[in-house]
Design a protein around this ligand. Structure first.
Ligand SMILES: Nc1ncnc2c1ncn2[C@@H]1O[C@H](COP(=O)(O)OP(=O)(O)OP(=O)(O)O)[C@@H](O)[C@H]1O
Ligand SMILES: O=P(O)(O)O[C@@H]1O[C@H]([C@H](O)CO)[C@@H](O)[C@H](O)[C@@H]1O
Length: 168
């Protein structure tokens, strides 16, 4: 098999719900959990993910499936990148220990299955308003919003791309 045919090693970070418990067993604790769409990765994402990784022994990232994203109302054309592709890009980051996904509207059920020590979001969220925060605190975990990196969002990036190409 040539190098071109060899799957990248980071693929092993990606696991579905059925294999999650087995994958979690080998992850060093404390477990940090975050979730999101991560449609087009940008500087704000990679900075907060690196910060999140430094807060524990492992960073678990849960992506919304395409069907879940469609219900979020980010736009009829979203996600631009399918969940399998978003998972590959996310798994390639050194700061990410495990990538999985969820099909529900929120990660609450997945968080209750994983029982992470810390859940994090970027600074565009008020953690006190999230049901996930109540859940993680129920087993002694914590919830934290990490600093927002100003000027970076996928929606704004897409607006700039469309403006530069003159296409809607
Ligand atoms: N500029 C940023 N700085 C820090 N964290 C961010 C930033 N933008 C998004 N995040 C965080 O990244 C995670 C994924 O968010 P999301 O995929 O919605 O990114 P986004 O750029 O806001 O996308 P969209 O514009 O499509 O909503 C969330 O936890 C969010 O809080
Ligand atoms: O990429 P986003 O829009 O930050 O991801 C959403 O985050 C929501 C947040 O965790 C509050 O629950 C979540 O509910 C939603 O499913 C998306 O993951």
């Amino acid at each position: 098999m040539s190098h071109a045919d060899t799957p990248p090693s980071f693929i092993s970070k990606i696991c579905d719900r059925a294999s999650l418990d087995h994958a979690l067993a080998r992850l060093p604790k404390p477990w940090v959990f975050t979730n999101g769409v991560f449609d087009v990765l940008h500087r704000g994402h990679v900075v907060y993910l690196a910060q999140a990784r430094e807060l524990g022994g492992s960073l678990i990232v849960a992506l919304n499936t395409d069907a879940s994203v469609k219900r979020l109302g980010k736009g009829d054309d979203r996600p631009l990148n399918h969940d399998a592709d978003r998972a590959m890009v996310m798994a390639s980051l050194a700061s990410v220990s495990l990538v999985t996904w969820f099909d529900e509207d929120t990660p609450l059920e997945l968080i209750q299955q994983i029982r992470p020590d810390l859940i994090v979001k970027g600074g565009d969220y008020n953690m006190e308003l999230l049901p996930e925060t109540t859940a993680v605190r129920s087993w002694g975990g914590q919830a934290l919003a990490l600093p927002f990196v100003p000027g970076y969002s996928t929606t704004q990036l897409l607006k700039r791309i469309r403006a530069s190409t003159g296409k809607p």
